[in-house]
Design a protein around this ligand. Sequence first.
Ligand SMILES: *Cc1c(COP(=O)(O)O)cnc(C)c1O
Length: 372
Amino acid sequence: MIPFVDLKAQYASIKDEVNAAIQHVLDTCQFTLGAEVAKFEEEFAAYSGAKIGIGVNSGTSALHLALLAAGVGRGDEVITTPFTFMATVSAIDYCGARARFVDINPRTLNIDPARIEQAITPRTKVIMPVHLHGQTADMDPILEIARRHKLLVVEDAAQAHGAEYKGRRAGSMGDMACFSFYPGKNLGAYGEGGLVATGNPEFARTIRMLRDWGAEKKYHHVLKGYNYRLEGIQGAILRVKLRYLERWTEARRAAAARYDRGLADSGVTTPHAEAYNRHVYHIYAIRTKQRAAWQDALQAQGIQTGIHYPFPVHLLPAFADLGYKVGDFPLAEAAANEVLSLPMFPELTAEQCETVCRAVRGLAGASLAAAS
Ligand SMILES: *Cc1c(COP(=O)(O)O)cnc(C)c1O
């Protein structure tokens, strides 16, 4: 069996270091925030090319607090992509604001900057691009539009630790950037975690307060805040894992290159990485109009796959109140119907990649034969 992700293999490779890091937190009893979290914040901000990092208890919390720090509130609008995980849009909803979607570039699956300007209204406060599957959105035109319209840019970098756009890291380009350390992400905690990266000390100060009950210092609550603190044990584990992240990212990129080569000329649509980007392959998604049949056939051959994501957010029942309908964002809708994520994790072997390619090529060949 080839799993879709293999968290056990990774834990086995760093077990002693992780166990020692957890033991250290138990010995010091700094269970929430504390020294390990503070050091991790510094180290991860440096890794991402940002001045400041503020650790929180999930990627969703990071998005929520970044939008609050940006001043997003009731009646405001945030421009984003419909082809993302629900959390991007929930964070906007938590602020009492409205998501205004813009369709995607069908090659990269990221928000299409050419469609952003027509979605701007007097209520727009923020543009929130998502670096989907580990490839950054096309940031230069997005930053230029934001500058011209005096809007802030918040990157949803939950899938893009270490990704680069023209040499700049995800997390260093927008006014703020939000990361998730959900266990399956490229840098995963052993529980929940998230972080806001920013170069702006005022935003950082606000977010630090909001994550800890809006307190300037203990019991001096100047804002209506939240309990969004990052746990000490997660901070300590993330510090250990951050030291391996570059190695793991290169292993993902090597696996993706193997898939690219193994599926070349097979008729299968493989992910398109712009030459100026460093794609970190959180997800390696091919596209096929026979997705359901391919997924079943691969499962029958012992190959687990995933779908990221089967529904664009504007068609989720949970967001019916936004008033969108089928046909509003046809490129995102087509992608949601066709994407199929192949197994992708740093420990994936060359042999496993070959097995997957052989199986996918077989399906593509059978589809071509049936069509002719
Ligand atoms: C995972 C993810 C989130 C949410 O992060 P959590 O840590 O699970 O709250 C937000 N946006 C995107 C694009 C994600 O992939």
